[in-house]
Design a protein around this ligand. Structure first.
Ligand code: SF4
Length: 671
């Protein structure tokens, strides 16, 4: 694999009268995943380079070096540049500190080189320039037009004040920002079709790509930087989109992330999906087409997502929420589906065996411990038993939420913690520079302690209920005894907290310490977990791994808690066995579950939104596990990481082919 040869440069045009071409380099480092095999092509940098290359003056006088997309020691990369005229950095939350380190190294080795920063993680005014003296220019919003105009003005020896969307220092050294203008272009050249990435493909990683079929978002979510722009959506020509999909097929790209903010907002998106499905069927690529669906047009979205999942292009469909509290939604500029609509949608997805997942953001303005926990449980109540993902609220520099007035209005308090990617290596990679993210960890409605408590609740409910370790038990108690999900899970956490010497108590203390550590800025919201491949896990994954590590002790304590609070029900002893037996363990491959009650049908009916009474009919479920695992490390990787959306922890989930039979008489039931 070759990722270091920066001297192989693309000449964008002929030399002019023998004058030296000016070397321009783009930097957009992305993180590797899947054991350093897969990485995204640097799309933002590629788009800007492709746009600049179409300008005749720039094409004639500049030469573009190989885009830097892999992290290496900053000095090594800076020294490898060939007399750079300008180095341009694309900044996101995962690479800004690295970019700064590399920019400092560039200035040290090449003091004449100009340094330009842009992207989501730079300020919308000259603040970033003032804070970073080694930066000469900052572009704002989309980078194509300001970057090309800046290069042109420098090549012509003109001052940059006529370039819109730019911060720079005047000759007196004062940082200024030119007018911020909306950008109207929708026919920007494609970095794929103009060959910008051709040399990178020689590196032969498993590249993933970003596909844009449009740009812009009319919505105004306060936590998102696009929400500030409220921009008109600009459609890219369909011919370009289809040609890019052809490029994806030609280069055997497996994973495509569609960056449209609201896929299916436009009817033409159906044509795009049809074309991707056709390519996948005929040529096998792409294998996954990930989109962010619009929150409107639910019928259209249901139809398209069903076709994508049936065609194998998607594994699960998002039904997103952010918060379930109407006041919070108003504070953040969002609207949700009504609970009734959500329930009917979930029922249809479940009937069609289409996996779904819902996302919530922790501690948004107006949220309290109680409103968040009730909201999370109402998702379960309305049918989302399998996948609720909860994320801390990141403050993006250009979002409404990051503005002083908004922070003051809602009493927002934040914490700066290291930014680490889930499942990235626990040990720092070569050339690693710690990145940081600002998280909302308190507000006028939620203290820091409550924020940590809410995070603990969310981590346990995701691990216990969504992954399946306690789901059957909680559902039965909900329908047979009217125990709310909130009561069941809050009760279990209180039980564990009061017993620090038990397995559950130790796990509670571990997760509380991690969540409080985030609230206090002491640790990131990912952490290693002993004996599990040295990668970083989310806290709910740590809940799952720790239960798998100490399976018997956990269930003994869970059933003791259930007996203490809800005992006396004659069904419970059989349900305890069923709940424990349907959970995959490491070291087991052949599974037989016998029960005097037909729990399997009972729970299937609940998942279909049609709860019915439990039948006292002996049942036998058998299966041979197609993916047995022998160690805790394998369990963590295969079941908790890869298998979470496929419900692999639960033998009665969609992943497994089970044999289910009703036994003809009690005499056949021999537990
Ligand atoms: S979160 Fe999505 S819908 Fe909301 S403003 Fe951002 S891009 Fe638009």
């Amino acid at each position: 694999m070759r990722n270091t040869d920066l001297t192989v440069c693309r000449e964008s045009g002929p030399r002019e009268g023998g004058a030296a071409l000016k070397n321009v380099y783009f930097v957009q480092v992305n993180d590797f995943y899947g054991g350093r095999k897969s990485v995204y092509l640097p799309y933002a940098a590629g788009c800007i380079q492709a746009y600049c290359m179409q300008d005749p003056l720039i094409a004639e006088r500049c030469r573009f070096g190989r885009i830097v997309y892999c992290r290496e020691a900053p000095d090594t990369i800076a020294a490898r540049f060939d007399t750079p005229f300008m180095v341009l950095f694309s900044c996101s939350v995962w690479n800004t500190e690295y970019n700064k380190a590399l920019a400092r190294a560039v200035k040290r080795i090449w003091p004449q080189c100009l340094v330009t920063f842009g992207g989501h993680n730079v300020s919308s005014d000259f603040t970033f320039l003032e804070e970073n003296p080694f930066v000469d220019f900052v572009t704002h919003n989309a980078g194509e037009e300001p970057t090309a105009l800046l290069l042109r003005s420098l090549l012509l020896g003109e001052p940059p004040e006529n370039v819109p969307n730019l911060s720079f220092r005047t000759t007196e050294g004062r940082a200024v920002t030119t007018p911020i203008l909306p950008q109207a272009g929708s026919d920007y050249p494609s970095p794929y079709l103009t060959g910008v990435f051709d040399d990178l493909l020689e590196d032969r990683y498993d590249f993933s790509v970003i596909l844009e079929t449009n740009r812009g978002c009319p919505n105004a979510c306060s936590f998102c930087d696009w929400g500030q722009l409220r921009s008109k959506v600009r459609l890219f020509p369909l011919e370009r989109v289809f040609a890019e999909i052809d490029w994806i097929v030609k280069h055997k790209i497996e994973y495509v992330y569609c960056a449209d903010a609201n896929f299916c907002l436009f009817s033409r998106d159906e044509k795009i999906v049809d074309y991707v499905l056709k390519c996948n069927k005929e040529y096998g690529y792409p294998k996954i087409f990930h989109v962010n669906f619009t929150k409107n047009r639910t019928e259209f979205v249901f139809d398209i997502s069903t076709r994508m999942v049936s065609g194998g292009l998607a594994k699960a469909q998002t039904v997103s929420f952010q918060s379930m509290d109407p006041r919070v939604l108003e504070n953040i500029g969002r609207k949700n589906l009504s609970p009734a609509h959500f329930r009917s949608l979930m029922r249809r997805f479940n009937e069609n065996r289409i996996a779904t997942y819902s996302e919530l953001i922790l501690g948004l303005p107006g949220e309290t411990y109680r409103s968040f926990c009730e909201g999370m449980c109402s998702l379960i109540e309305n049918g989302q038993h399998f996948a609720v993902y909860v994320y801390p609220c990141e403050i993006f520099p250009n979002s409404e939420m990051s503005q002083k007035a908004y922070r003051e209005k809602f009493g927002i308090g934040t914490t700066r913690v290291p930014f680490l990617l889930m499942h990235s290596g626990a040990e720092p990679a070569p050339g690693a520079v710690t990145e940081y993210v600002e998280l909302l960890t308190s507000s006028a409605s939620m203290t820091r302690e409550d924020w940590a408590r809410t995070y603990v609740f969310a981590s346990f409910v995701q691990g216990l209920h969504n992954v399946g370790f306690t789901r059957a038990l909680a559902i039965y108690l909900r329908y047979a005894q009217g125990v709310s999900y909130l009561d069941f899970y809050e009760g279990f956490l209180s039980y564990a907290a009061a017993r620090p010497g038990t397995r559950a108590g130790a796990l509670y203390a571990e997760i509380l310490s991690l969540c409080a550590g985030v609230a206090e800025g002491k640790n990131a919201f990912m952490a290693p977990c002993e004996g599990t491949n040295d990668v970083l896990w989310s806290f709910e994954e740590i809940v799952c791994i720790e239960i798998a590590r100490d399976f018997k002790a956990f269930y003994k304590e869970l059933f003791a808690y259930t007996d203490a609070r809800f005992g006396g029900d004659p069904v419970l002893p059989a349900l305890y066995r069923y709940q424990r037996d349907i959970i995959k363990q490491y070291g087991k491959s052949a599974v037989e579950i016998k029960s005097p009650y037909d729990f399997y049908t009972y729970f299937e009916n609940v998942y279909l939104g049609e709860p019915r009474p439990l039948e006292k009919t002996p049942v036998r479920i058998a299966l041979r596990d197609p993916c047995p695992v022998d160690t805790l490390a394998d369990y963590a990787r295969e079941v908790v990481w890869y298998g979470r959306n496929r419900q692999m922890a639960d033998y009665t989930g969609h992943y497994y082919d089970i044999t289910y039979e009703k036994l003809s008489s009690d005499s056949e039931y021999d537990p």
